[in-house]
Design a protein around this ligand. Structure first.
Ligand code: ATP
Ligand code: MG
Length: 151
């Protein structure tokens, strides 16, 4: 299976990470994309107002500058992913989803094992799970890669 790691720096693209809190998205991004892609996450601005709008603006600016970008959030629903797909379309670059498909129990266990200041409240994980829908080509992604334990 294609594990979504991609090749060395190539044509610009937008990567939309998808997965619950604790799934292992940021770890995967660090291992596979950090050297080739600008990493954007509204989690980097926990206290900023209008984080969504700011994230959209930063993504658009980086794509316009010719950079490859990865958006490292839970992005659980098609509604939350749609503006990112649209940003890639507007910039004329391909967009792929990388779905880190880790079972809920494992996400919760990993979250529990985190240092307290990095731990996400249980209600947040359950809220993301309730909104979750697997990413699909129907949403406009050019590719959907799935990362599972052992892949
Ligand atoms: N493949 C893996 N095997 C075992 N542990 C892992 C793996 N990937 C990540 N972890 C551990 O699980 C925890 C959560 O990983 P990570 O921070 O990458 O998740 P995340 O999906 O980015 O979560 P969040 O949405 O809250 O940012 C970390 O403590 C990390 O070390
Ligand atoms: Mg993360």
């Amino acid at each position: 299976m294609n594990n979504g790691a991609g090749g060395p720096a190539g044509a610009p693209e937008l990567v939309v990470m998808v997965g619950l809190q604790g799934a292992g998205k940021s770890t995967w991004v660090q291992r596979h994309l950090a050297s080739t892609h600008a990493v954007v996450s509204k989690d980097h601005w926990p206290r900023a107002r209008r984080r969504e709008a700011r994230q959209q603006r930063v993504v658009a600016e980086l794509l316009a500058a010719g950079r490859s970008v990865v958006v490292d959030n839970t992005n659980p629903s098609p509604e939350e992913r749609a503006p990112l797909v649209a940003a890639a379309r507007a910039a004329g670059v391909p967009v792929r989803a990388v779905w880190v498909d880790t079972p809920l129990e494992q996400c919760l266990a990993r979250n529990e094992a985190r240092e307290e200041r990095y731990r996400v409240p249980l209600v947040g994980v359950l809220s993301a799970r309730s909104r979750f829908r697997a990413p699909s080509l129907d949403e406009g992604f050019d590719r959907v890669d799935v990362v599972r334990a052992g892949s």
